[in-house]
Design a binder for this molecule. Structure first.
Ligand code: FAD
Length: 497
């Protein structure tokens, strides 16, 4: 049968969450995924016996009663996920200038921990923590009323520069740098980043940051199982190649150039710029297409996956943000000689051992321009030049790793590297950007993308709506599904337990 209530294009976190929510609420759902595996950035892969995450290294807001816990509770995920709470005294550690600075969980502990190194900035840190709490409370869908679809406060946070907020709140340049040190989790740019993004992400992590034991693909597996248990369908190797749009109504979609699948509603979980290539020229207004196509993308990542035979790595229950530059906004501003100016280091928890692991992941920015020679190539077929390019980059990172964590590189038995081209090919994200469209405080209406389109039965979801990450995409899925189920109805279901 090729007729469904809702057809979802893409099985990333956003697509699967919408599929699971709507299935639970009685909709007959079909999720179409172009790859042979579902999950998008939730996918893991195995090399030499080690399991590596591709796009989920940790997620915040999972302490009982906090934002992600509330949503996951509604989806009955909390009791089924295998997760490990990161070190509450320092889940994230920024290292630069020969010092370590810890980010602790809980607003009081966050302030007190940093105030030990910056006692004269205690009041400023309290103001910072207060702002995080204010932002997270304001944007939490459980606190937003139906009549306030776009709370004015939300727009205010979107319209304010994070850098300007830091400058007006904190005097010590070292503390400012330390706070900016977490910017690779949102691809921060001094001249662009709105207050909303770092505040939202920091606050969810402060509310309980967890890693996924044996990988984040378990989240995709559970959501797919739930959709199927409710009678829905999730199909892989099903690339949507065209969406018919007539009289502002979408449907059917064409799959792999031939098969047609019809829905009453359609939800696109793919990058909005990719969506345009699936429809006829005039389906969307010229203004909308120009607006979206003129947005910048967040940085893509060079990812280095390190394997150690026999669980040779000590498991460290923290994430490290290591810098070799004095201005921590500057990670993306590198030349061939100065790359990398820093990197993120994640240890993967494995169920076999509490104190050891066989998988470590390093991520750092990589500019799209560096990959120009291979833009027209496909994964696995880029040739020797590309392999040499990756090897040189990997060696540079391994050199820095050994400098920062003596003895660690010696435990590596094999490594594997990917570039933004890999992400482009697997998830279809533009220019291999890690987090989709770059949000810009100077022009919030340009980069703020709503789930509704002027095509009445076509909705959007995923990291370009609201924001990226497990928390951001989950709130985005709530906003998308609210369009079909009603905001107040879904809010009651999710927020009242
Ligand atoms: C390197 C990296 C590290 C990250 N680390 C973290 C982290 O630690 N914590 C965190 O919270 N977030 C992290 N993120 C961000 C997070 O992974 C993403 O924000 C989130 O997973 C994006 O989900 P999504 O639903 O928007 O789409 P995606 O995961 O991009 O999924 C889109 C899906 O659509 C499919 N698709 C595309 N075109 C078609 C088509 N024509 N037909 C059918 N299917 C199609 C794709 O194959 C893909 O499966 C990271 C991201 C990256 C890249």
């Amino acid at each position: 049968m090729n007729h469904f209530d809702v057809v979802i294009i893409g099985s990333g976190l956003g697509g699967l969450l919408c599929g699971s929510i709507l299935s639970r609420e009685g909709y007959h759902v079909c999720v179409l995924e172009k790859n042979s595996r579902y999950g998008g950035c939730l996918q893991t892969f195995e090399r030499d016996g080690s399991v590596f995450d591709t796009g989920i290294h940790y997620a915040g807001g999972l302490d009982k009663g906090k934002i992600l816990h509330t949503f996951f509770n509604y989806l009955k995920l909390t009791e089924r996920l295998k997760i490990r709470r990161l070190d509450e005294d320092g889940y994230d550690v920024v290292r630069y200038g020969g010092q370590e600075y810890k980010f602790a969980m809980g607003y009081r502990r966050f302030t007190d921990t940093l105030a030990q190194q910056f006692p004269y900035e205690k009041n400023a840190l309290e103001t910072y923590a207060g702002k995080m709490l204010e932002v997270s409370n304001t944007v939490n869908p459980c606190n937003v009323s139906e009549n306030d679809a776009m709370p004015s406060k939300y727009l205010e946070y979107y319209h304010t520069s994070y850098d300007q907020f830091l400058n007006s709140t904190i005097a010590d340049p070292v503390l400012k740098n330390v706070l900016v040190g977490l910017s690779p989790v949102y691809s921060g740019v001094r001249e662009r980043t709105p207050l909303y993004i770092p505040m939202m992400i920091h606050s969810t992590n402060i509310d309980g940051a967890y890693r996924f034991i044996d990988g984040g693909s378990q989240l995709a597996d559970l959501l797919v199982q739930d959709i199927r248990d409710c009678g829905g369908t999730v199909m892989t190797d099903m690339k949507v190649t065209h969406i018919t749009i007539r009289n502002y109504q979408a449907g059917p979609v064409e799959v792999n150039g031939s098969e047609r699948i019809t829905g009453r509603f359609y939800i696109s979980n793919i990058h909005p710029k990719s969506l345009f290539s699936l429809v006829e020229g005039r389906a969307f207004t010229g203004a909308f297409i120009r607006r979206i196509n003129s947005t910048e993308e967040t940085f893509g990542m060079f990812s280095l996956y390190l394997s150690s035979a026999g669980y040779g790595f000590k498991y460290i229950n923290k994430n490290y943000y290591c810098y070799h530059t004095h201005d921590l906004w500057d990670l993306g501003n590198y030349s061939a000689d100065t790359w990398p100016k820093g990197y993120m280091l994640h240890f993967s928890p494995v169920s076999e051992h509490a104190g050891r692991t066989n998988a470590i992941i390093i991520n750092t920015y990589m500019k799209w321009d560096e990959l120009k020679s291979w833009i027209n190539s496909r994964s696995g077929k880029r040739g020797e030049g590309y392999e040499t390019f990756k090897k040189k980059k990997a060696e540079k990172l391994l050199f820095l790793l050994e400098k920062d964590f003596p003895g660690l590189a010696g435990k590596v038995s094999s490594w594997y590297a990917s570039t933004p081209l890999t992400y482009r090919d697997y998830t279809g994200t533009h220019e291999g950007s890690a987090y989709g469209i770059l949000k810009d405080y100077r022009n919030p209406f340009k980069t703020l993308i709503l789930p509704v389109t002027h095509i009445k039965n076509l909705l959007l979801t995923g990291q370009n709506i609201n924001t990226h990450g497990v928390g951001g995409v989950t709130i985005g899925a709530f906003l998308t599904c609210s369009e079909l189920l009603g905001r107040e109805y879904l809010k009651k279901k999710v927020c009242n337990g």
